[in-house]
Design a protein around this ligand. Structure first.
Ligand code: UD1
Length: 433
């Protein structure tokens, strides 16, 4: 292990013990900027494995999942340099195309190196991933995709082992819509022989951002952002430069933070169109929303009504904003029904919100939230997934007294300086050890 990896791991262990203390009450106001999207940066950084040489990225968010990606890329022979949100990756062939368990277990998205390693080196061994505890999150669709493209794949001793001299283009029809599966298929197909057609492809802006980088590297792709993507394989790709797209989930979280306190907050450097599912629902609740070319403002209001949401793939309501929106609904007038349509076990935040005084009844994948403005009071809470942690921080902004959110390890996986951004809007929030 090199010095950078060692430093990052020591730092990460320390941060695991951190908590966030929020004192409820302040009405947030002002403008805050969005960072680059974690879920776009991860596949884009892994896609660098597809071409030797120097890749340059800007607007790479500073967060733990990105650190984990860096460690994995370094273990695969890459040299990384980071200067704030600018990242340079020098790619050279790895000693062996293996992603070991100790690195993969920290981040489920590590499975995204399967496609690039296999298509580039004819072989990949990737440990089965860990990550957020939000239901069983299988990787069968990733494995099936590689098989479709001609690879022999076996699972042995906790590793996916895939081999193919050269992948061959095919029709891939996803029976279930998968963001990561679509991304792995794309990264594998760009160097395959012949044409691959992905049907029922994910349309998420993060998938589109990956395609933009693959195209910048010389890949031949059409149809991104629609449910059919066509890839004509090429023999070789070259390194390029890319700015990561704005994080719509972070932007949405910040917008809800302003809304839940009844304040007027502008979130800028985002793509308002990517957040329409959220802003439409907020308007249904009675919030005044104004969008600029790269900004969204939520107007100050004292009361709003409940509404029903059901999460679904883009452009539907994002599952990654479900927990945060539920926090907002605890403060609404009336009852809201929240349906989780993507993951089978994504209500872990409910019990913790209830500990703060929320009135929520979960029933399998549906939760009924009875709103009560001002009804929360601070407590010690803990979350076991990234977006759940964010919802607890949001609830803490309006809970009476002090809320201590423990295990913010998860929050740090996906939010760049969330507490600093909220403090800049007037929140009484601090990180403690
Ligand atoms: C990505 C996002 C995550 C978001 C999710 C859904 C990243 C790094 N993460 O996760 O934040 O919550 O999309 O928008 O981009 N499934 C299978 N078999 C597979 C793969 C997935 O059954 O091989 C299932 C999953 O369990 C889930 C559904 O398909 O029920 C969608 O998952 P998927 O879109 O693949 O999520 P991720 O790419 O892991």
């Amino acid at each position: 292990m090199n010095m950078t990896s060692h430093r990052l791991i020591t730092q990460a262990r320390r941060v695991e013990l951190d908590s966030i203390i929020v004192k409820g009450g302040p009405v947030l106001s002002g403008t805050v900027s969005t960072s680059g999207a974690k879920n776009a940066a991860l596949p884009v950084l892994f896609s660098a494995l597809l071409a030797d040489g120097t890749h340059r990225f800007t607007r790479v968010p500073v967060l733990r999942d990105i650190d984990s990606t860096h460690q994995l890329l370094e273990a695969l022979g890459c040299r990384l340099e980071r200067n704030g949100t600018d990242v340079t990756i020098e790619v050279a062939p790895p000693g062996e195309p293996v992603a070991h368990y100790d690195l993969v277990r920290k981040m489920r998205a590590s499975i995204l190196c399967l496609g690039p390693l296999l298509t580039r080196y004819g072989e990949a061994r990737v440990s089965l991933p860990g990550g957020c505890a939000i239901g069983s999150r299988p990787i069968d669709l990733h494995v099936e995709t590689m098989r479709k493209l001609g690879a022999e794949v076996e699972i042995d001793q906790g590793y996916v082992i895939a081999r193919a001299k050269r992948l061959v283009g095919e029709r891939i029809l996803f029976e279930k819509l998968t963001v990561g599966g679509t991304e792995n298929a794309l990264m594998a197909a760009v160097l395959a022989r012949g044409t691959t057609v992905i049907e029922n492809a994910a349309k998420e802006p993060e998938v589109v951002d990956l395609v933009h980088y693959l195209r910048a590297m010389g890949a031949q792709i059409e149809g991104e952002g629609t449910s059919v993507i066509t890839i004509d394989g090429v023999d070789e790709l070259h390194p390029a430069s890319h700015a990561i797209v704005a994080d719509r989930i972070e932007a949405g979280t910040l917008l809800i933070a302003g809304a839940i306190t009844g304040g007027e907050v502008t979130v800028d450097r985002c793509v308002p169109q990517h957040l329409e599912a959220l802003t439409d629902k907020m308007q249904d609740c009675g919030f005044h929303i104004e969008t600029g070319s790269d900004s969204i403002t939520v107007g100050a209001t004292d009361s709003w009504t409940g509404t029903d949401i059901s999460t679904s793939p883009y452009p539907g309501f994002p599952t990654d904003l479900q927990a945060q929106f539920m926090a907002l609904m605890t403060q609404a007038q009336g009852t809201s029904v929240v349906t989780e349509g993507i993951f089978e076990n994504r209500f872990m935040h409910v019990q913790e919100l209830v500990r703060l005084g929320a009135d929520i009844t979960p029933m399998r994948q549906v939760a009924v939230v009875r709103g009560d403005r001002g009804g929360l009071s601070g407590a010690d809470v803990m979350a076991t997934d990234l977006r759940a942690s964010a919802s607890l921080v949001l609830a803490g902004l309006v809970a009476k007294g002090e809320t201590r959110v423990n295990r913010i390890y998860h929050l740090d996986r996906g939010y760049e300086k969330l507490e600093k951004k909220l403090a800049s809007l007037g929140a009484d929030i601090q990180r403690v050890r």
